[in-house]
Design a protein around this ligand. Sequence first.
Ligand code: FAD
Length: 500
Amino acid sequence: GRRTTVPAVVIGSGYGAATTALRLGSAGVPTLMLEMGRLWDTAGADGSIFCDMLRPDHRSSWFRTRTEAPLASILWLDLVNREVKPYAGVLDRMHFDEMDVYVGRGVGGGSLVNGGMAVTPERDDFARILPGVDPEPMYRRYYPLANRMLGANSPDPAWFEDTDCYAYARLSRRHAERAGFGTTFVPNVYDFDYMRREAAGEVPKSALASEVIYGNDHGKRSLDKSYIPAALGTGNVTLQTLTRVTSFRQEADGTYVLTTERIDELGEVRGTAEIACEHLFLGAGSLGSTELLLRARDTGALPDLPAGLGEKWGPNGNVMLGRANHPWDTTGLVQSGMPALGIDNRHDPDNPVFAEIAPVPAGIETWASLYLAITRNPERGRIEYDAATDSARLRWREAQGQPSIDAAKAVFDRINQANGTAYRHDLFGDTRAFENRFTYHPLGGCVLGDVTDAYGRVRGYRNLYVTDGSLIPGSTGVNPFVTITALAERNAERVLAEDF
Ligand code: FAD
């Protein structure tokens, strides 16, 4: 393959990567962003950029023959999954032995597929999560900056109380309050004014047309509508899509050399190329960045990478569960795909839980209330490099998820008791009530202060950085992307001031 040279490379285009690319570009550093997925900006034959959750097609999944939705069934019927043609689709479910990890693929990474919930952790929690980071500038400067850049906003309260599309959230709030739990509004990057106009029938529907997890055609300010155009607008950032970094090495003069593979949308390999750079930023996500570093260390390319690499991985205590609603407690046929409320039990010393009231945008009355509970499970797994398959392995045992289930159960048992309701046992393929064999929130592997210094510089090597969710040791107690973004803002500022 050919070889090109650029001053800086950013691997990936999720929260950490997009933030870093903007700050490098703004500082005048010519930067190349490499993303293995495609750019999602053009409509298909049906006039839509993305497919919805109810009729998934090839665009939904990263090279699968069948979709793998988180809600496996309703009344044990596999109503949601479909056979699809293998394609560079937007949602990937990475399979490991006892844990699956959902990630976004495409320009914008997880921002394309996620629920848009923009949560800033409480300051005391932040100090516990990242004890090596001074909270003062985070809360004075970087969190507000991240929220502003991401477009976090909240619904008009009067509209929220009135609209059919949040009947499901108001019902869950009522049930939680009956058991003595408080709820809180959760800011979102979906434009709530656009959603209000969707409900009024004034604009094309997206959140109100079951668009979530496979992308949103309208309304959502994913990174390809915020940080990434700003980065490209500096004139110093170039984006190369459908390009996967397979490995990298370092030459004697300190130059990093990446091996990349270009594919087409059907997965055909179109060529390989080497890209050389002076500064290398890894923003490939918790699994992606950790895998690249482990491969570099364990194949001998960068033998001095630290021993803590791969450690302190966690699923952010994720547990999904459903409750059965009474026949008279209907939630309506239209549910906004973007969550707006959380049950806030974070201050309970025994069972701290932040539970997002999740939609079931099935287009039918399901009599189910769904939740994604974020618990503070202290269990940690480990990412390892498996030489035989040249890939990462996630060491996480299903039993390690039990503390998450216990905490969620303590909260939702009380909600069920207070309301005379029960769990749903028909949603996750078998009869389990709690599903925690997958996570939406992979965190850790290149933990700040262990594998890197306090600003994301990888120990043992110069001009090598980690910028994404792998910096955070396994848990944030709330949805993580605002924290990933704010931390990337903070680290980029320091690195630009000192290393360039
Ligand atoms: P990512 O966003 O994962 O980006 C990594 C990028 O790197 C990807 O685009 C990937 O394709 C690319 N990449 C990986 N490896 C390579 C390689 N070798 N070469 C080239 N490119 C590569 N969080 C919240 O805060 N609120 C929510 O409401 C929320 N809901 C979610 C719902 C779903 C369904 C999912 C899956 C996640 C959700 N999350 C939510 C989590 C959030 O999206 C992630 O925490 C976040 O995207 C992680 O950011 P990141 O920068 O670490 O990496």
